[in-house]
Write a protein that binds this ligand. Structure first.
Ligand code: B12
Length: 450
């Protein structure tokens, strides 16, 4: 455990190093499918199957239910979901101690079998047919502002001190398993002392990172003409002639049954609703961005790891993550007030920005309004993200890890929403629109399919 390797390589490494346990960590949903694949491969390979090498599962997108329903049944050896890495020591002990192992594994397998049964009996939430969901879309008026330039622009070696002013410290404490809103967490009766300590140490390391230019922050944006088509999709054009499509973003629409609130029917939303339809003749626009603050981190990670200073290594990673998000926040502000300029008069504090009190949104692929990750391949191509040192892994994670990418929508009524569960009719419809096989698409949409 503890080595960052793609799932495809993990079993080869585990064999060479004669690993007692294999552990997988999943940050984004495409890795969930990889995990099931690794479990199947372990079942196929006599080395793992005969020795019943345990497989541990963890990470932000994983859960006990997901492990039970989607992973565990693929492998006869023990498969264990571990919610918190600090518990992996006791879990490993239970799994590797001959006296405790059988009972421990039996208990977990019985628990997972129960979860699978509950899951099979669970009644799915009612879902509207896609046509009905589309008929209930938000009907917005459009008066788009033309960006000051059309095309892409790079931002290289952006001042880390400037970016740091935009940091949202809230999620920093999650890294240390400390729960509570910032800054109240610093004086919290239970975790205040620990939170204050990591905060102080984080600030001290951040100063070193900034003063010593440990990391490079690079970003790229593209502001491009766009129109919505076929209700749910957005055509993004290479230039103002709108004759050549750079790529089409295929949107997912909410299919949940929406309530009446104060006599007003809530819409079934899709990101395409925020862009003027092609048929309207209104010239609308969209933005794309990709930023990283993690360039150059390996050298310092290695230095800490060689000194067995895991604490500082994790601290550095979490600061790089904070800087990446802060960079996205900073660049978005510049886009709103200047580069696109649709909110030129805006004046917001950092707290206002964290509370998203600005016009427009910047949804990121993988987040609930656009849960599907593969669009990052099209975005990276148009952004030429390689030029600023960013790339995608085989499962659409971004490298360097401290990275964020997404869209800019300027419509004043654009808000974040959760697509949630979709029906098979939407899967079929999207497969036809995209011209891809249903099986492949099903794989990418698995977390949203009911
Ligand atoms: C911080 C964060 C980031 C940071 C850092 C990411 C990173 N490199 O770790 C930044 C800002 C860079 C980021 C970027 C992105 N993020 Co993000 N991010 C988060 C957030 C808020 C917290 C994750 C985190 O670090 N938690 C703290 C750590 C310590 O917890 P953890 O990872 O869960 O690990 C713990 C346990 O799970 C366990 N564990 C983990 N692994 C293992 C393995 C084993 C073997 C064991 C035993 C235990 C174990 O131990 C850990 C300690 O307790 C989550 C939301 C959330 N609340 O979880 C979203 C989240 C993970 N992000 C998400 C997404 C989509 C992204 C982006 C793709 C968005 C984008 N398009 O830019 C990118 C992807 C980045 C990339 N490199 O590809 C989604 C993923 C969902 C999905 N559909 O895939 C989440 C869940 C948000 C959401 N609700 O939608 N993100």
């Amino acid at each position: 455990m503890g080595v960052m390797v793609p799932c495809s390589e993990i079993l080869a490494r585990a064999k060479i190093e004669n690993a007692d346990i294999v552990g997988l960590s999943g940050l984004i949903t495409p890795s969930l499918e990889e995990m099931a694949h690794v479990a199947r491969e372990m079942q196929r390979d006599p080395h793992f199957r005969m020795l019943k090498i345990p497989l541990l599962i963890g990470g932000a997108t994983t859960s006990r239910a997901h492990t039970a329903v989607k992973i565990a049944h693929n492998y006869d050896g023990p498969v264990v979901y571990v919610p918190d890495a600090s518990r992996s020591v006791s879990v490993a002990q239970s799994l590797l101690t001959p006296e405790s192992r059988d009972k421990y594994v039996d208990d977990i397998q019985a628990d997972y079998a129960r979860i699978r049964e509950q899951h099979a009996n669970k009644k799915a939430l009612p879902i509207l047919p896609l046509a009905a969901a589309r008929a209930n879309k938000a009907k917005l008026a459009f008066a788009p502002v033309r960006p000051k330039f059309i095309g892409r622009r790079e931002f290289k070696n952006v001042d880390l001190g400037l970016i740091a002013k935009y940091i949202d410290w809230g999620p920093f404490f999650q890294t240390w398993d400390l729960a509570g809103p910032y800054p109240a967490i610093l004086t919290d009766a239970v975790v205040g002392e620990a939170a204050s300590r990591v905060f102080e140490e984080g600030q001290a390391l951040l100063k070193k990172v900034i003063d010593g230019r440990w990391l490079s922050a690079n970003g790229v944006i593209a502001l491009l003409p766009a129109n919505s088509v076929n209700d749910d999709d957005i055509e993004i054009y290479t230039d103002e002639t709108r004759s050549q499509v750079a790529f089409t973003y295929y949107g997912l629409r909410q299919q949940g049954v929406k309530p009446l609130v104060d006599g007003v029917q809530r819409p079934n939303q899709c990101l395409a609703d925020f862009i003027a339809p092609k048929a309207s003749g209104v010239a609308d626009y969209i933005g794309l961005f990709a930023v990283t603050a993690g360039l150059g981190i390996e050298k310092y990670e290695k230095r800490f790891e060689d000194a067995h200073d895991d604490y500082s290594s994790i601290m550095l990673k979490s600061l790089a993550d904070r800087l990446a998000e802060a960079f996205a926040e900073y660049l978005h502000e510049r886009v709103r007030t200047d580069l696109w300029g649709y909110a030129a008069q805006e004046q917001l504090s950092n707290a206002d920005m964290i509370a998203e009190r600005y016009a427009g949104i910047r949804p990121a692929p993988g987040y609930p309004a656009c849960p599907e990750h593969t669009v990052k391949a099209d975005m990276f191509k148009v952004l030429q993200a390689g030029e600023i040192g960013m790339r995608l892994t085989e499962s659409y994670a971004m490298f360097p890890g401290a990275a964020v990418s997404g869209f800019y929508f300027a419509h004043p009524e654009a808000k974040y929403f959760v697509v949630g569960k979709i029906g098979l009719d939407q899967l079929d419809d999207m497969a036809a629109r995209r011209g891809v096989g249903k099986d492949e698409l099903e794989r990418w949409l698995a977390p949203n399919l009911s």
